[in-house]
Design a protein around this ligand. Sequence first.
Ligand code: CTP
Ligand code: MG
Length: 230
Amino acid sequence: MTYQVILPAAGQGKRMGAGKNKLLLELNGVPVLIHTLRVFAGDKACSGIILAIHPQDEMEFIALLKRYNITKVISLVPGGKERQDSIYQALKTVKTDGVILVHDAARPFIRKEHIHRLAETAVKTGAAIIGVPAKDTMKKVQDSVVMETVERSSLWAVQTPQAFRISILREAYEKAERDKFLGTDDSSLVERLDHPVTIVEGDYDNIKLTTPEDLYFAEAIMKKREKGFY
Ligand code: CTP
Ligand code: MG
């Protein structure tokens, strides 16, 4: 099994408030972008990385790829206004078939074993996503009033990577464009094709660095892993 991966990295990191793309922030002296890239660069099953970038970051990103000797990036694609636009631009450059993963560059803690389980599932079913069972009690709220308590056992917090047969993801993006549908993940576009999506259980370490406190969690995860804990 081999796969290609699209890494959307063209955001601005507004919620992180670092005054620059949060992917340039360092964990243990290495930029978040490089931590994520290393996972895929070091995976034999990954045949190529397509990186969606903001034009303002181009020079700096190219310099980092060189400095850290990341050679698996097959193309740098200018991103768009929304994450979905960035991924669509990247997807348009893919001409082959097979399986493609989409993974937020802001999730550096993804494990190779989960990537493989996900990609293998997508080979069989056409669409697979990674997530974890919800831990908190979940309620539906409207105007600060609880409407209902949602049955937790059926709720999952969904992460990336998400993996698809390329033809299915392409069709989903074309339909979303026609319908002007903007989703918060890739799966929601595929779900609109009525194509079943399989969920694969990942782990709670696979956080997306979004707000400043996530950097504390990230450091704790790094420390845990350095000590050899799973
Ligand atoms: N992303 C992208 N193109 C965009 C917006 C986001 O490629 N137009 C990427 C980000 O770089 C990130 C991933 O999508 O790796 C997830 O997005 P998010 O966590 O929202 O990152 P940002 O958009 O950078 O952050 P914010 O929303 O706080 O500005
Ligand atoms: Mg964003």
